[in-house]
Design a protein around this ligand. Sequence first.
Ligand SMILES: C[S@@+](CC[C@H](N)C(=O)[O-])C[C@H]1O[C@@H](n2cnc3c(N)ncnc32)[C@H](O)[C@@H]1O
Ligand code: SF4
Length: 326
Amino acid sequence: MKKPLSVYLHFPFCEKRCGYCDFVSCTATQDIDAYLQKLCAEIRAFDFTPYQVRTIYLGGGTPSLMTPEQLANVFACLPACDGEVTIECNPNSLTRAKCKAYQRLGINRLSLGVQSFDDATLRDLGRIHDVKQAVQAINLAHEFFDNVSIDLIKDIPEHTFVTPPAEILALIQHISIYSLTKDDHCVLDTDEPVNLPADFVRYEVSNYARAGYESRHNLVYWTGGEYIGFGAGAHSLLNNQRFCNSSAILTYRREQPVPRTPADIHDEQIMLGLRLRSGVARNLLVGKDAEIQMLAEHGLVTVTPERVIATAAGLKVLNQIWLRLV
Ligand SMILES: C[S@@+](CC[C@H](N)C(=O)[O-])C[C@H]1O[C@@H](n2cnc3c(N)ncnc32)[C@H](O)[C@@H]1O
Ligand code: SF4
C-alpha cells in the first residue's frame, strides 16, 4: 500500500517584485531555463516508489509566468497525481491559452493573487494589475475551472479591506485572506473584520471555502501529513523530519533537517489544530482540563468530547491560547 504524499514546486520568478513579498521571489527571468533544469533534476532524483502523489501545488513567485512548454517539462518528471493540482497565477499573466494548457496538464485548481478590490490599495502595494484586470482573470479562470481561489490581503495601513462583490463570490469557491506581515514577520497591529456570506466557511484562520472546496494541499500542511518541496526555499516534512532548501535561485541545496523532539511535534500539532475549524484532538491535551475550562469560560474555545476548537475571538489570540495548552 503506497503512502500519500503532497508535492510543492516553487517557481520564484516574477515580472516585478512587490515590496511586501514574504516569499522567495526574484525578477531574474533570464535564469528561468537554468532554474527549471535544476528543478527537474531535483525531482528526478527523488524516489517516488513508496508514494502515491495526492496533491501538487505550483507556488511562487509567479508560476503563471512559465510557458506551457516549460510547465509540461516539469510535469513530465512527476508521477501521476490522483487529486488536487493547484497553480498560483498573477492576474496579469493568466491567458486563455494558458488556461487550456493547464487543463491538459491535469491542473484542476487555480489560485489568483488578487490582493485587493480597491485600485488605490493595489497601487500602494506596488501591484502591476488593477481591479478590472483581476476581475477579468477571475472570469477567465471560472470559464475553465470549477475550483478557483483568490488571495486577498487585509490590515494594510491607511487602506480599508474591501469585501469581494457578490458577482465575484459567485465565480469562486475559496478565499485566502492574509494579514499583511512586516519584514520581521510580525502581523501589523490592526485586525480588520471580514464579512463573507455564510457559505464561505472559515475552515482555517486565514482561509474560507464553500463546502467541499477546502484546499486539500494546505490541509496536508496543517494536519501533519507528508509533503516534499522542490525548488528554491521549498519546505518538506518527510519521515518525521522537517527540512528545507536554501533560497539561492540557481545554487539552492537541501539543508540539514531541523531536529524535532516528541515535545516539539506535540506542541506544533496543537498550534496547527488551533488554527483549524476542526480544532485540536482532546488526546493531545491530557492534564489541561483546568486551562481548557478557563479558556472556554472566556469564550476563546468551544469544547466537544473529542475536540477543543478556537472561537472567532480565540482566533485573534491564538498564541496566548497555545501557551496555555502546551
Ligand atoms: C506566494 S504568494 C504568490 C502569489 C502571486 N505571485 C501574486 O502575488 O499574485 C501567495 C500570496 O501570499 C500573500 N502574501 C505575500 N506576501 C505577504 C505579506 N507580506 N503579508 C501577507 N500576505 C502576503 C499574497 O496574498 C499572495 O497572493
Ligand atoms: S508577484 Fe507575488 S510572489 Fe512575486 S513579488 Fe509580488 S507577491 Fe511576491
